[in-house]
Design a protein. Structure first.
Length: 104
């Protein structure tokens, strides 16, 4: 008897999950048809990155102005500073455990 009851509960849970998926897909289709679901903005190209760094280096543009020009939020703009490789060797000379996955 308890096995049958458990199976019935599992059946209802699966049914609810299917309903949730169906409603989500319907809602996304409606939003897409109204033009409100556009997806993630494309990643800036290397050319756009170079232009951003050049514009920032001239000093003629503030970060706020660059966000308007590139139509991206401030935290999504690439850093105008040149990229550098992370120092993998800590100051104490021992190998970093987070790189090797080992423990101390």
């Amino acid at each position: 008897m308890s096995k049958m009851f458990f199976n019935m509960l599992a059946l209802f849970a699966a049914f609810e999950a299917d309903l949730l998926k169906m409603r989500t897909r319907e809602g996304m289709a409606i939003a897409r048809s109204r033009g409100r679901l556009k997806g993630r903005a494309p990643k800036p190209t290397a050319r756009q990155r170079a232009e951003l760094v050049r514009m920032h280096a001239t000093g003629d543009y503030t970060i706020a102005e660059l966000t308007e020009v590139f139509r991206r939020p401030r935290h999504r703009l690439p850093s105008p500073r040149p990229r550098s490789r992370r120092n993998t060797q800590p100051r104490n000379g021992r190998p970093a455990t987070w790189l090797t996955g080992g423990s101390r």
